[in-house]
Design a protein around this ligand. Structure first.
Ligand SMILES: Cc1cc2nc3c(=O)[nH]c(=O)nc-3n(C[C@H](O)[C@H](O)[C@H](O)COP(=O)(O)OP(=O)(O)OC[C@H]3O[C@@H](n4cnc5c(N)ncnc54)[C@H](O)[C@@H]3O)c2cc1C
Ligand code: FES
Length: 270
């Protein structure tokens, strides 16, 4: 019998991987979540605390999926502190997925925005020439570089890390590297997920070169299924119409890169 994506399924955490001092990956077995499309998310119930939207992370083990969480407020810290053997609830998958173009593609990820980028890497064809840009504030916050190397071992590829403070890889904002790369070469597709200002600049740069570009947006989500309206960005409901939008659509939206809604639904400036 097919599972109802709006019903919460209880899953046991089987493995916890420390990625950085503040980021952990929680691995669990689930036949639905291990097959989601790149960019799709789940609503994750942290018992006794709250429910949060999380991109579905890959696992290298068959039949397993994962979430990669950065500890921040009460809910994400509750998820971060879940131990092996403990349980969480999951509903979904929700949202659309990246439209992956063949040829030469550029992926730009920052922080836990790298999660959908890792899943996207499992969908590229062996002939695709892939450049992955990993942006982080500092060396201690760089993760998934080794995983990306494994995933791309059969592709022509480049993995470039840039840290804002120059403690690892290239020094400066990852968007400086985006600018340099798109000035040097044509890309058939550019995909980005991470802090909104990073995505905004990436979309602007790619769009100015007339490249096909998509970004995966984050907004406050409560229902995750298009009912409550808490995730609206202009006319769009990010949970249902997105989370992935084409660059030209985003640049026409006055909120993208400038405003978000807080927990009370009030528009605030970034
Ligand atoms: C589609 C989607 C995928 C995400 N994937 C990941 C992921 O893979 N890993 C990860 O660590 N985080 C992810 N997030 C962010 C995550 O859902 C939380 O926003 C974040 O963990 C902070 O939550 P908190 O309650 O601990 O923090 P708080 O301190 O309570 O809130 C800090 C800020 O987090 C945001 N936030 C809080 N609750 C929500 C919510 N229900 N929906 C959206 N934003 C919220 C708000 O901007 C808020 O101001 C994703 C968000 C979205 C929308
Ligand atoms: S989270 Fe409720 S409409 Fe999107």
């Amino acid at each position: 019998m097919q599972r109802n994506s709006n019903h919460t399924t209880i899953c046991k955490i089987e493995k916890v991987i420390d990625e950085t001092p503040t980021v952990r990956t929680l691995v669990f077995s689930d036949e639905v979540m291990c097959n989601v499309l790149p960019g799709q998310f789940a609503m994750v119930w942290i018992p006794g605390i709250n429910e949060l939207p999380m991109s579905v992370m890959i696992s290298l083990d068959d039949g397993k999926a994962a979430f990669t969480v950065r500890k921040h407020g009460a809910a994400s810290t509750g998820l971060f502190n879940i131990k092996e053997g403990e349980q969480i609830g999951i509903r979904g998958p929700y949202g659309n997925s990246f439209d992956i173009r063949s040829g030469k593609i550029l992926l730009v990820g920052g922080g836990t925005g790298l999660v959908p980028m890792m899943r996207l890497l499992t969908f590229v064809k062996p002939t695709d020439d892939v450049t992955l840009l990993i942006g982080a504030k500092t060396k201690d916050e760089v993760f998934f570089e080794d995983l990306a190397k494994k995933l791309l071992k059969n592709n022509p590829h480049k993995i470039i890390v840039s840290t804002d403070d120059g403690t690892y890889g290239e020094k400066g904002f990852v968007t400086n590297m985006v600018k340099k790369l798109v000035e040097e070469a044509y890309f058939d597709g550019v995909y980005t997920c991470g802090p909104e200002i990073m995505m905004y600049r990436t979309v602007q740069i790619a769009h100015s070169k007339k490249l096909f570009v998509q970004a995966s947006l984050e907004r406050m989500m409560k229902c995750g299924i298009g009912i409550c309206g808490s995730c609206c960005m202009g006319e769009d409901l990010v949970c249902k119409d997105g989370t992935i939008f084409d660059g030209d659509h985003l640049l026409a939206n006055k909120e993208f890169g400038h405003f978000y809604r807080n927990k009370a639904g009030i528009l605030e400036k970034y």
